[in-house]
Design a protein around this ligand. Structure first.
Ligand SMILES: C[S@@+](CC[C@H](N)C(=O)[O-])C[C@H]1O[C@@H](n2cnc3c(N)ncnc32)[C@H](O)[C@@H]1O
Length: 230
């Protein structure tokens, strides 16, 4: 049911340009971290989900790839080394619920970035969901039917947050399990994000679009490149 798999190419190009070691924040179960490691790049990972890191370690083991990953939240980073490149492979930063958490994450990035390093933070402004009331289905390897429904959504333009209530269902024979989870996204104006970065002693040195070109002023899906300012 996963909607998107990050492309390893831009991350590999960034690490090759700026240098390693590299750190992926929100590495999940290993895309693109495992592919980058397979290409011989030195990349560590951080994720707040023990389950996702367990899956990553299992996949790494099956593929014979050595990995170093840390179970931490990106807004409370405390790692034993610094990195020349720090990146997120998708807009996971928008999962931080407010500006205070974003500032803490940016300060953590700054503290773990080498003086000649750079970080990439992709961001987007979500559109209101068009899927309210809709259900997507898939079949699990054990034959269970998986259903994902968008139940409800609330958007607060002043707080720049959108919370979507998702319902996950699993049906297998007579077994049925259901869980509802809120999914909150928090977004930024360009100047707002720039000012948070400045407060974390990071300078915005580029804002690019999905093709790596300078982003148009009205683009809502952009990547900020950050470098130490002091
Ligand atoms: C959209 S997934 C992307 C994962 C990975 N790049 C992939 O495609 O497999 C976002 C990941 O960020 C993690 N995450 C969410 N909030 C986080 C936080 N505050 N600190 C660290 N990781 C976080 C989630 O556990 C999840 O694994």
């Amino acid at each position: 049911m996963r909607s998107h798999s990050p492309d390893p190419k831009p991350c590999a190009a960034f690490i090759e340009e700026v240098g390693g070691p590299a750190l992926e924040l929100g590495c999940g179960d290993g895309d693109p971290l495992l592919e980058l490691r397979r290409r011989g790049l030195q990349v560590d990972g951080v994720d707040s989900s023990a389950d996702m890191l367990e899956r990553l370690r299992r996949r790494a083991n099956e593929q014979g790839i050595a990995v170093t990953v840390f179970h931490q939240r990106m807004e409370a980073l405390n790692l034993p080394r610094r990195y020349r490149t720090i990146f997120l492979a998708g807009p996971t930063f928008t999962l931080l619920p407010d500006d205070a958490a974003a500032l803490a994450a940016l300060r953590g990035i700054r503290a773990h970035l080498a003086e000649d390093g750079a970080a990439l933070v992709p961001l987007f402004v979500p559109a209101p969901s068009e899927d309210i009331g809709r259900t997507r289905t898939a079949t699990a390897p054990d034959g269970a039917e998986l259903r994902l429904s968008v139940v409800h959504e609330e958007r607060d333009e002043a707080a720049r947050t959108q919370t979507t209530l998702l319902r996950y269902e699993r049906r297998h024979g007579t077994d049925r399990s259901v869980a509802e989870r809120p999914w909150t996204l928090h977004w930024y104006s360009r100047s707002g994000f720039q000012s948070l970065a400045k407060d974390a002693d990071l300078a915005v040195t580029a804002i690019t679009d999905a093709h790596g070109a300078p982003a148009a002023d009205d683009a809502t899906d952009v990547t900020f490149r950050l470098e130490p300012s002091t």
